[in-house]
Design a protein around this ligand. Structure first.
Ligand SMILES: NC(=O)C1=CN([C@@H]2O[C@H](COP(=O)(O)OP(=O)(O)OC[C@H]3O[C@@H](n4cnc5c(N)ncnc54)[C@H](OP(=O)(O)O)[C@@H]3O)[C@@H](O)[C@H]2O)C=CC1
Ligand SMILES: O=C1O[C@H](COP(=O)(O)O)[C@@H](O)[C@H](O)[C@H]1O
Length: 499
């Protein structure tokens, strides 16, 4: 049975003064509190370097909640559960003080020794913090101890293995919750339900009926203040290694025998393991990289990537990636999964388009127009919904066909307010449900796939910039599909208009 309330817990947020905590974690915790999903028995300790007090943190949390939730109520009561501890991540004394405060709050709120350690900090600190939590006794209580880790989980396979070793010395795999916030998105979670709860899709979900699958995640924003981080990452590590490959795995996996984290993960792992390995010189046939130059977004001039703050003037960093993935198994042999993601593109949109094969013959061959292929579009964001593109008879005397759409839109359902990804993920973690977090095996396979591409790219100088801000990426990305008789479905034309 699904628990509707979380167990008593102490949540310790490392990086409590940072951007992620303010924009995502506090509003999400507040939503859980307001919906009655957060147990009355909860306390939060915010941890960071700056010398704040409980009062300053509470004001900060209040501000974060009121900025993002207009009709927030009982905010004073919510923030009264928050405490702050200035901290030095490499000093044992600091952890001992933290432990004393945690033990005190355990008693005060009746938290049963349950603890969640949320590391909302730069990844270089993850290993050190995990080790200190154990050495300095913060995990010495009776209850559960869970470690929530933000991305990026390593920079490549080697660094990810190293990091994993360090945290696994302290926490078991079952207690490690590696966040991929796309797995908390309503429509990403819906992929599984659309596939496995509808008799009409699953029989067609294979290489006999599907011609190709396209996943686009485009952003209008540039790198903003994250130039320093992005220079070491690029779109391949920032988006493909995690979010894009996770969506591929959910679309391609076999039905799990049970809806348990273990069974679902095991099916996803099989997909990632079946990704065709692309060797060095073949990479240009499968992957295209791009970097934005100056251009226009919403009628405003914007600078190119190389002129952004903390970015090298001759940077070779990819801000765009398009690729063809082949899954070499019985179900998917021969079906390309095209992915593309980038910054400073025409629209903010994440969509999945499943294109079905053409019917064997067109009875309406006398018509001027070709029949449009059937498409199933899963709208991840900003609209949330699904659209099925069919052909129907055009009204009138003639037997002409016209494309029609069957739409379901979450955004247009009255009273339905989709929770933020972080709200769902925090709720799951508090309940001990790791389904929508990435298992180490998935992380390792994703890195080994991506490493081949990044090694190749790092060995070659790119002709950057190669797309203007405000466009859908370099022309090579169109050619990638054109040579196989396909083209990218334009994301904005596929929007859900009504339901
Ligand atoms: N922001 C976002 O939208 C997203 C962030 N992430 C990930 O979340 C993590 C946090 O990102 P973000 O909040 O943006 O980062 P910020 O730079 O905004 O915040 C970093 C936090 O770490 C604290 N900190 C830094 N150094 C130390 C130290 N030596 N000891 C103790 N605390 C320290 C800072 O506090 P102080 O300065 O007070 O010490 C601050 O609270 C990163 O791993 C990032 O990749 C992932 C997805 C999205
Ligand atoms: O993880 C990341 O995701 C965001 C895009 O997330 P979305 O929910 O807005 O689609 C991206 O901007 C960022 O660079 C990356 O680190």
């Amino acid at each position: 049975m699904i628990q509707s309330e979380t167990p008593a817990s102490l949540i310790m947020i490392f990086g409590a003064t940072g951007d992620l905590a303010k924009r995502k974690l506090y509003p999400s915790l507040y939503h859980l509190f307001r919906k009655g999903k957060l147990a009355e028995h909860f306390a939060v300790i915010g941890v960071a370097r700056r010398p704040w007090t409980n009062e300053i943190l509470r004001e900060h949390v209040k501000d974060s909640v009121l900025t993002s939730i207009k009709d927030a109520e009982n905010v004073e009561e919510f923030v009264s559960h928050f405490y702050y501890k200035p901290h030095d991540v490499s000093d044992s004394q600091s952890y001992i003080q933290l432990k004393n405060l945690a033990n005190e709050l355990d008693q005060k709120y009746g938290l049963d020794g349950n603890r969640i350690f949320y590391l909302a900090m730069a990844p270089e600190f993850f290993g050190t913090i995990a080790e200190h939590l154990k050495i300095d006794g913060l995990t010495d209580t009776e209850g559960f101890h869970r470690l929530v880790i933000e991305k990026p989980f390593g920079h490549d396979l080697e660094s990810a293995i190293e990091l994993n070793k360090r945290i696994r010395n302290v926490f078991s795999e079952n207690d490690i919750y590696r966040i991929d916030h796309y797995l908390g998105k309503e429509m990403v979670q819906n992929i599984e339900v659309i596939r496995f709860a509808n008799a009409i899709f699953e029989p067609l979900w294979n290489n006999r009926f599907i011609s190709n699958i396209q996943i686009t995640s485009s952003e209008m924003l540039g790198v903003e203040e994250r130039g320093g981080y992005y220079e070491t990452s690029g779109a391949l590590r920032d988006m493909v290694q995690n979010h894009m490959l996770q969506m591929v795995a959910l679309l391609a996996m076999e039905p799990p025998i049970r809806l348990t984290p273990k069974e679902i993960r095991s099916e996803k792992v099989k997909v990632l393991g079946a990704l065709r390995t692309i060797e060095h010189d073949e990479i240009p046939n499968y992957f295209v990289r791009g970097q934005y130059g100056s251009g226009e977004i919403n009628g405003e001039k914007v600078i190119g990537y190389r002129d952004e703050q903390n970015v090298n003037k001759e940077s070779n960093t990819d801000t765009y990636v398009a690729g063809k993935l082949m899954i070499d198994n019985f179900r998917w042999a021969g079906v390309p999964f095209y992915i593309r993601t980038g910054k400073r593109m025409t629209a903010k949109s994440t969509k999945i388009v499943i294109q079905f094969k053409d019917i064997p013959m067109n009875l309406y061959y006398k018509s001027e127009k070709d029949l449009d292929p059937n498409l199933l579009v899963i709208h991840i964001q900003p609209e949330e919904g699904i659209t099925l593109h069919l052909n129907a008879k055009d009204t009138g005397q003639m037997m002409e066909t016209t494309p029609v759409k069957l739409n379901f839109s979450n955004n247009h359902t009255p009273g339905l307010n989709t929770p933020e990804a972080y709200e769902k993920l925090l709720f799951d973690c508090l309940r001990g449900d790791a389904t929508n977090f990435t298992h180490w095996d998935e992380v390792a396979l994703s890195w080994s796939f991506v490493d081949k591409i990044s090694h190749y790219w790092e060995s070659k100088k790119a002709e950057f910039p190669n797309y203007s801000a405000g466009t859908m990426g370099p022309k090579e990305a169109d050619e990638l599909l054109k040579k196989e008789g396909f083209s990218w479905w334009p994301v904005t034309d596929l929007d859900v208009k009504d339901c």
